[in-house]
Design a protein around this ligand. Sequence first.
Ligand code: XIL
Length: 308
Amino acid sequence: MKLLDADPRFRDTFTTNFNALTAENAMKWRNLEPTRGGYNWAPSDQLVEFGQAHGQAVYGHTLVWHTAVPSWIDESWDTETIRDLLRNHVSTVVGRYRGKVWAWDVVNEVLDEQGGLRDTIWLRKLGPGYIADAFRWAHEADPNARLFINEYGTEGRTRKADGLFRLVRELRAVGVPVHGVGFQSHLRWDRTPDDTTGNLRRFADLGVSVAITEMDVRITLQVTTEKLQRQERLYRHMLRACLTVPTCESFTVWGFSDATSWINTTYPDHGAACVFDADLEPKPAYDALVETLRERRGRVDVPSPGSG
Ligand code: XIL
C-alpha cells in the first residue's frame, strides 16, 4: 500500500496491467500481529479493498513461513501453546478474508535445498504434520479458497523439485486439501531452469493447479543489452511453460518496477529484475510477456484468476 499510495503513476501502471495482486509483506504474520493479540489489519485490509475496487483477484501471502515469525513467539513455549497459536493465526487470517482472497500460500518455503523438510520452528515444535494441519485449518476457515504450497528453486528439475513433488503427492494421497503448487521463480539472468514445462506438468498430473507466483529475474550489475535480452528470454520461457500447462492458474511477478524491487536491497550488486524500468517504462521483458499472451489468445481460453 505504501508504494501504491506514494506514486499515482505506479498505481496506474499497476491497475492497467495486472488483474491480480499478491500482498508482498502486509499479510506476513509479524506484520499482521506485531504484539500478541494486537493486530494491525489496516494495510492488508486496504490491499484487499484495492484489489476488489480494481477488479484484481487477491492472492494471500503467506500463512506459515519460517521468517516473519512474530518476535513475541518464544520457541521454548510448549508444543500445545505453539500449535494453538499457529492454528489460531491461520483460522483468524483466512476467516477474516473468507470470500475475498481467492488463493492462499498456506505454507511457504518448507523445503531445504536437498528436498527434505526445512528445519524451522514449526518442524521442530510440531513435527512434519504441521503442513497438513495448516492446510486443513485454512480449508475449514474458507472452504472456497484455493490453497497453495509455495516454493523457490523448484521451477526446473532440481532435487528440491523432486522433494516437493513427493511431498505434494503424499499430501494429496491422504486427502489433505492442497489445491495448487506455487513456483516463486526468483531467477537469475544467466540460468534457465531445466525442463520447466515438463516439471510443471508432472505436478499438474497429480491433480493440482500450478502457478508462477513471484517471478523476477535479477541481473548482476552493470546492466547490458545482452543481459536484458537474456532476461526477456527467461520471462518468456516461464510464461510459455505456464500457458502450456492447462492448469497453470496464474502468472505473478514480484514487484514490477526496477525502482522498488526487493532485489535491490536483498541482493547486493544485483538489480533491474522487473518488467518495468526505474522510470516505469516497459522493458524488453514486458514486451515479451505481452507478445506471448497475444500469441496464445484465441488458441487457448485463458481464464482470469478467481473466475472459477
Ligand atoms: C520479500 C519482500 O519482497 C521483501 O520486501 C521483504 O523484506 C522480505 O520478503 N520469497 C517470498 C517473499 O516468499 O515473501 C519474499 O518477499 C521474497 C522471497
